[in-house]
Design a binder for this molecule. Structure first.
Ligand code: PLP
Length: 266
């Protein structure tokens, strides 16, 4: 089950999530938290789904269908953070829940409001198994946005410690390295109770990367739902994103989407 924003252009959000799950051989469902007005040039506007309606969609589906994994992306409002928290507390026990903490778009439109960020730790993290921020998102969650010196391992350790302290729960932290700029390799760092691991992939030079974060988190959720270990799921998700970025191309006048469909050719 993918819970997140709708991208009418299809490159990100629940449209990308469902495509990712589908090409990996799974069955994807999509629960919209918000509508967006966007195309390849960026996100122009956002409008939340009514929180009671979101709650009813979640409750209705989860009380009927047995999902193997849940992925949460863009949430936008405090009310929707609370609605997801309420329903998942009841239904997501024992199911892997991947949270991609979507904070803003590339053109800097807020996709999680400030007031929602305040309840994020309290309400959403207790229902989550693994959180997948990129480097800027991790810094923002830690309140260390301006610290240029802090490396990925340190970011992961600090975020794991902060979450552990706040929730007393064992939530794995993956700091994705795609937003770093150094070297030919991309490094993803996992920090969990068992320590830390770095997974390396090839950095792919392309501007067409819309939907990368969504595809990464939903592929990770798909692998976890198929009972792959977290470390192996991370390797597979990085490989999936590498192929999808290699084959990405323009669609519209701006930033094109990752081409997750290419996996079907293999
Ligand atoms: N729209 C939705 C629904 C998203 O979930 C996201 C990112 O996760 C975006 C837009 C932003 O995409 P980008 O980072 O390519 O601007």
């Amino acid at each position: 089950m993918a819970i997140g924003g709708s991208d009418p252009g299809g490159g990100a959000g629940i449209q990308q999530d469902i495509r990712t799950v589908t090409v990996l051989g799974g069955y994807g469902s999509g629960i919209p938290t918000a509508l967006t007005v966007q195309n390849s040039l960026g996100v122009e506007d956002v409008s939340p789904v009514d929180s009671l309606y979101l709650e009813r969609q979640l409750e209705n589906c989860l009380s009927d269908i047995q999902f193997d994994a849940i992925k949460i992306g863009m949430i936008l409002t405090k009310e929707n953070v609370e609605a997801i928290s309420k329903v998942l507390t009841r239904y997501a026990q024992g199911i892997p829940v991947v949270l991609d903490p979507v904070l803003s778009s590339k053109n800097e439109k807020a996709l999680l409001k400030e007031e929602a960020l305040k309840v994020f730790f309290d309400k959403i993290l207790p229902v989550v198994t693994v959180i997948t921020p990129n480097i800027p998102e991790a810094k923002r969650l830690l309140g260390d946005e301006d610290d240029q010196t802090i490396d990925q391992e340190e970011l992961g350790k600090r975020l794991f410690k902060l979450i552990d302290g706040l929730t007393q729960r064992d939530i794995a932290v993956i700091i994705k390295g795609g937003h770093g700029t150094e070297g030919e390799k991309v490094k993803d760092v996992l920090v969990d109770r068992d320590g830390k691991v770095a997974i390396y992939g090839q950095r792919i030079a392309t501007t067409h990367s819309h939907g990368t974060g969504c595809a990464y988190a939903s592929s990770l959720a798909t692998f976890l739902g198929a009972h792959v270990s977290l470390r192996d799921a991370m390797r597979l998700a990085r490989e999936f994103i590498e192929i999808s970025l290699r084959e990405s191309s323009s669609l519209g006048a701006g930033i094109g989407p990752v081409n997750t469909l290419t996996i079907l050719k293999r």
